[in-house]
Design a protein around this ligand. Sequence first.
Ligand code: CDT
Length: 329
Amino acid sequence: MTRSVRVGAAQLGPIARADSRESVVERLLVLLRDGAASGCDLVVFPELALTTFFPRWYLDEGDVEIAGDTTELDSYYETEMPGPLTQPLFDEARRLGIGFCLGYAELTPDGHRYNTYVLVDGGGDIVGHYRKVHIPGHEMHEPERQFQHLERRYFEESPEGFHVHKAFDGIVGMAICNDRRWPETYRVMGLQGVEMILIGYNTPLHYAPDPSQNPLQAFHNHLVMQAGAYQNGTWVIGVAKGGVEEGVESLAQTAIIAPSGQVVAQAATIGDELVVASCDLDMCEKYKKTLFDFDRYRRPEMYGLIAKTGGPRALVEGDPDALKEQHDE
Ligand code: CDT
């Protein structure tokens, strides 16, 4: 019997700064129920799916206390999952017998702030968490930008890395937005046998450091996820929060990508939309056992540099000895 997971990629349209958690959770519940009606086993929501994309604002100066000593910035983080306002999602998932994956800003009891995904099974139980590894953007207010991308101010880099989970009759991993641009994200999970990677994203169409990339956003989005899927023989579910949110236009293009690298289903809108496909997990074997038979064909002893250096410093400085040392290690 083939292992098939029916997945609903639950694209979201904009969430306004003033939108309440309750109203957002209502939208998520609609998509969850759509998923159940479409026969889905799993519904995947995007990155930071409970709030507006708040890193677009520098909130430290003039941050207002909105209740007691809670500031606007603090109000964007969840201190528990599920909490009182997200419990309805867990209850409905259990009632419908459908799993989900939800992106949110996490504030831990010991004060750490992460950009997090939680994976929940069809019984409403938590399978695992993932905390974003690659945090893009900047730390300080850069007023010359049209809008900020202060993820590096508001989130820490995860110290935990990429893990996979036995769930939905297969091996499932998670990544968040900027992670999808890095081949190591997919490969580290590929080396753990991943069969489906869930990736939520918020990608503004305007990239301030190099606007010449603006018209290529859609191309780069699919390019990296299709390559990651094919080169690791895995399904990739890429889920956007798209549309114009607080004046900032973000990429939609939610897509379900097969281990062949083909896009098998794609969003047609830039708003709330469920993109559904049945994903045959056994299809992964076709690639994992042939062209990408890692045990047979990979040459890890040739790739030592990847785990030893962040940037091409030795190459740029033209120091062949430094480079040789890193190869020899
Ligand atoms: N959310 C997120 O990671 N967005 C980034 C935007 C990069 S521009 C600073 C992305 O890689 O899509």
